[in-house]
Design a protein around this ligand. Structure first.
Ligand code: GLV
Length: 393
């Protein structure tokens, strides 16, 4: 039997224009989109390697690190999580997961696959983890690796005590892995000063780049440990000793590890260039001001933020309680149908409980905040009215 060419592929490509105000991706700027339409380069061509070097410098800036082992994993944020754990964990290692939402559990699932003995320290619903809770868990479990998300996009919680966690990990001879996929750009992050061993972030959130390349950095201490492993990391694709040679991190000749997407690289380079031109502090300030404005607007609309304590609210992904009797899905559908604006529902523990509004990159502006507030209000009112009418009829 011959399989015919599919009819759908005879039609022209159609991509609608949407304003992405969910948990990410955010919209890419014209600069980023234009960059990605440049000609494809070979993955070992000197011009491609040069762009990789430039991207590496940008990543060092956004993480505030001088680590040699700074590069990208070809894959979305999940690939950063995999690479962190895959390189650090050996069979039987105790890995402690800080849980403030869905990401601690996702990391646990991965850690188990790499042979870890997985333990948890779980925050109360809607709260960040306190230093005392984490310290108690360290004393109980004596972990080799501790994972925590600085910002959990499923709950909109920020973990503010990364500096203290860096100290704690050194005291317990433990490696600190921090997921900043949703938080970087929305809050301060100082890798070297805070003694973080591994960090990765999302290219497609506050950076405003394309998804598919994940910036990651390993401390000298983590790198030494990885070099002394008894066994090789379990996944070839995530082996940062090999990927780092491709990225020219270790002063050794470049090797072919995999075929990087040159077009994604151009997009990420331009996103980083913009981020660096504006400056870290200014980017963070803008994200925080936008979130503050959104929170005030939410209160004025008579709605309630999911995270009760202001200092535990993630500025980039804002979680708002779904009012009683309102179907969140219908609200999100209304916003998309009428305005082509994405408002998201919850994830994991917050499914059905919250709306998630992302204020990231191009969408972290006063105009976008006011727009999304007005759309959210209109959508909720309209869905409530429809429900009343349906009840009467
Ligand atoms: C993705 O990061 C999400 O939170 O849905």
């Amino acid at each position: 039997m011959e399989v015919p060419p599919p009819l759908v592929l005879k039609r022209p490509l159609y991509v609608p224009s949407k304003t992405l105000m969910g948990p990410g991706p955010s919209n890419c700027s014209h600069r980023v989109l234009e960059a990605m339409s440049n000609p494809v380069l070979g993955h070992m061509h000197p011009e491609c390697l040069q762009i990789m070097d430039e991207v590496k410098e940008g990543i060092k800036y956004i993480f505030q690190t001088l680590n040699d082992a700074t590069m990208c994993i070809s894959g979305a944020g999940h690939a950063g999580m995999e690479a962190s754990l895959c390189n650090l964990i050996e069979d039987g290692d105790v890995v402690l997961l800080g849980v403030t939402g869905v990401w601690g559990h996702r990391a646990a699932d991965m850690a188990r696959r790499y042979g870890a003995d997985v333990r948890y320290v779980e925050a109360s619903f809607g709260r960040a983890l306190s230093q005392e809770e984490i310290k108690f868990a360290f004393e109980t479990h004596r972990p080799r690796v501790f994972f925590v998300a600085q910002g959990d996009s499923s709950t909109g919680i920020i973990q503010q005590n990364i500096r203290e966690l860096g100290e704690l990990c050194r005291q317990f001879d433990c490696f600190l892995v921090v997921d900043t996929v949703a938080s970087l750009g929305g809050t301060e992050f100082l890798m070297d000063e805070w003694k973080v061993d591994v960090v990765y972030t999302g290219s497609q959130k506050s950076l405003g780049g394309p998804a598919g390349l994940t910036p990651i950095s390993f401390s000298k201490r983590a790198l030494t440990h990885i070099k002394q492993r008894k066994s090789k990391p379990k996944v070839y694709y995530f082996d940062i000793l090999l990927i780092g040679q491709y990225w020219g991190c270790y002063g050794t000749p470049r090797i072919y590890h995999h075929t990087i997407s040159s077009t994604l690289l151009y997009g990420l380079r331009e996103a980083l260039a913009h981020f660096c031109a504006v400056g870290l502090k200014a980017v963070v300030r803008r994200h925080q001001e936008c979130s503050r404005r959104l929170q005030l607007g939410i209160e004025e609309l008579g709605l309630e933020m999911f995270v009760q304590r202001e200092e535990e609210r993630l500025p980039t992904v804002n979680t708002i309680k779904v009012p009683f009797g309102v179907d969140w899905k219908k609200v999100a559908e209304y916003a998309m149908r009428k305005y082509s604006v994405e408002i998201s529902g919850g994830l994991g523990p917050t499914v059905e409980h919250v709306f998630r509004i992302g204020l990231m990159g191009e969408n972290a502006t006063v105009e976008r905040v006011d727009m999304v507030l007005s759309i959210l209000h209109e959508a909720i009112q309209s869905i409530k009215l429809r429900a009343v009418k349906a009840e009467r009829s």
